[in-house]
Design a protein around this ligand. Structure first.
Ligand SMILES: C[S@@+](CC[C@H](N)C(=O)[O-])C[C@H]1O[C@@H](n2cnc3c(N)ncnc32)[C@H](O)[C@@H]1O
Length: 197
């Protein structure tokens, strides 16, 4: 029986817990089941009281300066591979100092840091966890729904054996172009099949 692993495209903060929470199928199948979907919004019981909306000024110079500073900080943090995931800074620094990141993954992360949506990218630690799961399961067939610029799919492809295949689904052609470039650079392009083709 074929072995499949699913890489969920969830926001990074949810990614590790969703990955860890995946059910492991029957021993023969060694299936890493599909991603848990986030709970639907607005379905609290009893219903949550509505919070008053804060007005935001889009034209105040102080707010735009603050927002530019926040963006610059976020880009720098992403470039350094930082995504706190609710950890104390010392603990997170310890974690990062022990993450092994392939040089092509590092280059991809650095290029993606200044791109729109870079906060969607999984962290180096999350990618390493995913690669480790592929190795532990001995997965040979994986699917990623939502590739973005390819960070997690590249980590998975690097962990797959030569005969392994990853089906990569992404609707944004520009993101996919970046991903394809890095699959080539890392020498794993032959392991990737694209959907839509
Ligand atoms: C959270 S990001 C994936 C991040 C990626 N795992 C990484 O580590 O860089 C989600 C991606 O899913 C893609 N996406 C969303 N809906 C999709 C759909 N219906 N079909 C294909 N791709 C989709 C978006 O374009 C986006 O690039």
């Amino acid at each position: 029986m074929r072995r499949w692993a699913v890489s969920p495209s969830l926001p990074p903060a949810a990614f590790a817990s969703a990955t860890l929470g995946l059910g492991v199928g029957p021993p023969q199948a060694r299936t890493l089941a599909s991603a848990a979907t986030p709970p639907p919004l607005g379905h609290c019981s009893p219903p949550c009281p509505r919070r008053p909306r804060r007005r935001r000024s889009l034209c105040s110079s102080s707010s735009s300066a603050a927002s530019a500073a926040t963006t610059a900080l976020a880009v720098e943090e992403a470039r350094r591979g930082r995504k706190q995931l609710g950890m104390d800074p010392p603990l997170y620094d310890y974690l990062l100092s022990n993450v092994r990141e392939h040089p092509v993954l590092r280059d991809l992360r650095e290029e993606t840091a200044s791109m729109w949506g870079s906060q969607m990218q999984v962290s180096p630690a999350q990618a390493q966890l995913l690669a480790m799961l592929v190795q532990i399961l001995g997965a040979e067939r994986c699917i990623e729904v939502g590739v973005y610029t390819g960070y997690s799919s590249l980590a998975v492809a690097l962990a797959l054996p030569e005969s392994g295949r990853l089906v990569a689904c992404e609707r944004d052609e520009r993101c996919l172009e970046v991903a394809k470039r890095y699959y080539q650079l890392a020498g794993v392009a032959h392991k990737i099949l694209f959907l839509p083709a």
